[in-house]
Write a protein that binds this ligand. Sequence first.
Ligand code: PDD
Length: 277
Amino acid sequence: GKVIYNGELVERENVKVDIEDRGYQFGDGIYEVIRVYNGGLFTKNEHIQRLYESAEKIGLKIPFEKEFLCKKLEELVEENQLQTGIIYLQITRGVSPRQHGFPTPAVEPVLVAYTKSMERPEALMKEGAKGLLVEDIRWLRCDIKSLNLLGNIMAKQKAAESGCFEAIQHREGIVTEGSSSNVFMIKNGILITHPAVNLILNGITRQVILKICKSKQIPVKEEAFTVDDLVNADEVFISSTTSEIMPIVQLDGNKIGHGIPGEWTKQLQQYFMEEIQ
Ligand code: PDD
């Protein structure tokens, strides 16, 4: 299929990564994952907005207007005839002889986007997934959707090695987020999630869930909570572009609630379904 390379739709085979690309050498860049449902980009503007915010936070100037990029992404989905799947998009600071400081003068950033067909994880969303608690060893700017994912990768690998779907990270006893998702708990009818500060990525799915709660008058607290709170929650779920609202029914092998997806979680899944149709 086709990919976007610096603003043009080209064949994937025609794109090569330079060995001195700063994304390749330093992880010096940012990315987004956007869901495609029925050929349409879900929460497109929110993802594009976050991309530009991440770029700004690392001092990277994206050489395209938002509107142009949106149009190109839509063309890509159309061209590849993607129905249900994702777009992966990344921008690196560009190609330059290796040195840590930004290139001076600045070089052209390198933008790549491609599509991948991916079904909704319906079976697991119904059944619920297992989580593993791990220490959050990442840096202090997790609000940036950076290509540097070593901490996240190592957390996810630990989870996988324990037969778990996601690693639930905590910093000094406070639950931050999953390795590639946000974490929510429900206790006594109140939905609680970590506030959108530097310690987590403010997930677009997270934002959609908070919007749903507001409109359905479901009580929400954006407040830090402890591992102990999580383990004793009535319900736990994670959220992400690819996993939507994924119930967590076990943590470190111990059941959450009754060990099956809870009523609030199922209700929110239902409301989320209505958003994506
Ligand atoms: N991950 N937190 C982290 C660390 C993430 O990597 C992600 C997304 C999220 C959820 O964000 P959103 O709802 O906008 O997808 C939270 C993407 C899907 C990934 O890296 O594949």
